[in-house]
Write a protein that binds this ligand. Structure first.
Ligand code: CMP
Length: 156
């Protein structure tokens, strides 16, 4: 089993629309383990670091303005193939292309307000979680979810 960690952010639009609880529930119900979570106001420095790959693109300035406009909820999510699987349950970046039943299809009206961010690779996940968390101190790893307990039982 390939256990991975990924970085997830509930974006300002979803916080403002009161969707935090529903989005967190989707991760929990799927069986993912949330091992760090905090609400914060993204600084200009954090935004520039997070979105460095988009510098120079037409939507960059709007993206930074948006992500710093209201709080986000930053999370580290752990589970089987978490990088790809979390992006799968989020749906495509553009909600118009997102699978029915995905979070972006269900909650997002437009690409610039697509509710949730998730890392696109294990390397991006490591880089992004370090922008928002002290990974040596802030990850809660010394506990088991019910999903882990069920899987432990199956492997015996
Ligand atoms: P996210 O996965 O957080 O990563 C970059 C974000 O830029 C993306 O979600 C979108 O919300 C936003 N964005 C806005 N316009 C575009 C675009 N034309 N192409 C890709 N991303 C865009």
């Amino acid at each position: 089993m390939n256990i991975e960690r990924t970085f997830v952010a509930i974006k300002p639009d979803a916080v403002q629309r009161g969707l935090m609880g529903k989005i967190i529930t989707r991760f929990e119900e799927k069986g993912f383990k949330i091992i760090a979570m905090k609400m914060l106001e993204v600084t200009q420095e954090q935004a520039a670091s997070h979105y460095a790959e988009h510098v120079g693109k037409p939507f960059y300035n709007g993206l930074v303005e948006f992500i710093t406009s209201a709080p986000i909820v930053a999370m580290v999510v752990e589970g089987i193939d978490a990088v790809a699987e979390v992006r799968h349950i989020l749906g495509a970046t553009n909600p118009s292309n997102a699978d029915v039943g995905s979070m972006r299809a269900d909650f997002s009206p437009i690409m610039s307000c697509n509710c949730v961010h998730a890392s696109d690779s294990v390397d991006s996940a490591k880089r992004e979680m370090a922008i928002y968390f002290d990974v040596e101190k802030e990850l809660c790893t010394n506990w088991k979810t019910m999903m882990e307990i069920v899987l432990d039982g199956l492997s015996k």
